[in-house]
Design a binder for this molecule. Structure first.
Ligand code: FAD
Length: 123
């Protein structure tokens, strides 16, 4: 019986964590992965070349749907986690819930945007 691992955040840190986990303990954990963004992990360092048109989004995807499927990851993308019930060991997103034996919070950080005129313009 696999233990249940819930990971919050499908970014750079959790992507590497999952790679290492599946290399070293491939049959130990059933993973549920929540991400606020409606997609899995991509290389954020390469966002500038995507914006400038030198690369496409597909070029910078590090873990695609096939990778998640091959490792049996239950992907809950586009579902930000809104509550963690530590007593019941349950994570709640805006759409669903998942029980855990172990929980990883890898939600990164929100960049500070300086309060200059025009900061709220589209794009
Ligand atoms: C254009 C650009 C260039 C960069 N260049 C470099 C570089 O050259 N070198 C370098 O070292 N770093 C660089 N960085 C920074 C690097 O990308 C970050 O340090 C790194 O992505 C942080 O990894 P992380 O896993 O902690 O967070 P992230 O990669 O930000 O992932 C966090 C994830 O958690 C999700 N999340 C947040 N809250 C919730 C929630 N409540 N529920 C569910 N999901 C949630 C987010 O949607 C996100 O997908 C760059 C960043 C950008 C944007």
């Amino acid at each position: 019986m696999k233990k249940k691992l819930v990971v919050i955040g499908a970014g750079m840190a959790s992507g590497r964590l999952l790679e290492h986990l599946f290399e070293t303990a491939p049959d130990a954990w059933q993973v549920t992965l929540f991400n606020g963004e409606p997609r899995g992990n991509y290389n954020r360092l390469m966002l500038s070349p995507v914006l400038s048109g030198d690369k496409t989004y597909d070029d910078i995807v590090t873990h695609d749907a096939d990778w998640y499927a091959a490792h049996g990851v239950d992907c809950r993308f586009g579902q930000p986690v809104v509550r963690i019930d530590r007593a019941a060991r349950v994570v709640h997103s805006n759409q669903s819930s998942a029980e855990y034996d172990a929980l990883v919070i890898a939600t990164g950080s929100a960049p500070f945007i300086i309060p200059v005129a025009g900061k709220d313009l589209p794009g």
